[in-house]
Unconditional design. Sequence first.
Length: 463
Amino acid sequence: MALVPLKRRRRASSPPAGPPGPGRFPAVVLCLVEKRMGASRRAFLTQLARAKGFRVDRAYSAAVTHVVSEQNSGAEVAQWLEQQREECGAEGDPALLDISWFTESMGAGRPVEIESRHRLRGGWQMAPYACQRRTPLLHSNQPLTEALETLAEEAGFSGSEGRSLAFTRAASVLKALPGRLSTLEELGPLPGIGEHSRRVIQDVLEDGVCAEVERVKLSERYQTMKLFTKIFGVGVRTASRWYQEGLRTLVDLQERGTKLTRQQQAGLRHYDDLNTPVERGEAESISRAVQGAVQRCLPGTSVTLAGGFRRGKPHGHDVDLLLTHPEAGREAGLLSRVVSWLDSQDLILYQHSQENSYALQEGPEPPGGRDVMDRFERCFSIFRLEVQGGPGAARGWKAVRVDLVVAPISQFPFALLGWTGSRHFERELRRFASHERKMVLNSHALYDSRRVWQLWAYVGTWG
């Protein structure tokens, strides 16, 4: 019996590497997830969509506006999207859609409006600690996070640190979401979002604003506290006392002869400048000036721009600079010489220095005690920066807040981490170290708290 030759199965042709063009709908760029869809079906759907005038990209990029998946949960596609972003280095905020949207769009011959039923369900997955999550500088839920951060700030003004932290944690979760939140149900059981935060989120999603947040913004106390705490050297406690005394404006502080510290006097005198955003170019200019002073005083010393600028922000409210020398101990006495030289060049409008008060032999903070994060030698200063335009252009300069921090080389990695921020990221990192690793992390060191306390308990028996 003659054997009938088997027909070779034709391989599905892969779509071209690049898109054929913008198509009929230039505002829509599709990317099909191959997982569970398969290469053959993906190739077929790609050809179908292109035939109907849709642009379909084979690989994910920042241009992609719609990610279409079949038989995958929202969490799975969100994870896929994170991997794609890491591989190609592209951001973007595409809609994560079920194949049903694609099918309806093909039937209509145009992109149909995205409805709630089209969006992938199953909830987003989220690590419990903010330090484990990827948080982009620009995110898709700005109105929601601004509302929560307003309530966090108001809670802080009222002395309720617990409420303030709860709203801050909820806002950090929304910042880390891979896409724009459309309904409250999409949050699922994500960590860090309590009932109060969910009510705020629902109000903003449904009405565009939250009545509670609007009341806070319009309240006299909130506006006054916000005004006073923007003064260099004024904290919540001082601002609250001034409010209780009936002070409401900056003019009130001057006319009523309010007793101010030297730091607060400088902050009030340069209030407008210090509350004008510092641009990256300005921060780098100040960094170069400090670097020049440092090299005059101690060649080989490094100056590192930290804070929000190190995180990639284009502007900030101050400039944080870390100074260290590769030889242990050489940094001693450096700060005073640097500040004196800068002052001699008329670059310092105000300065107040503090000595290094950290010593490992003092032992760690007691369990549950106050967490002193930073005891480095430092100088809180107001820098005189020459400018060509913008605020201060008429007089040729503007005042800028600058913190100079000296870290011994052995502690520099921890100092750099601590001074890079953000504040919430650092808080969560310490919480992770404590709860998950049973270790203590601060801007000076990382150590096993159990072993240190065992050692100190043993040493204590000698006395």
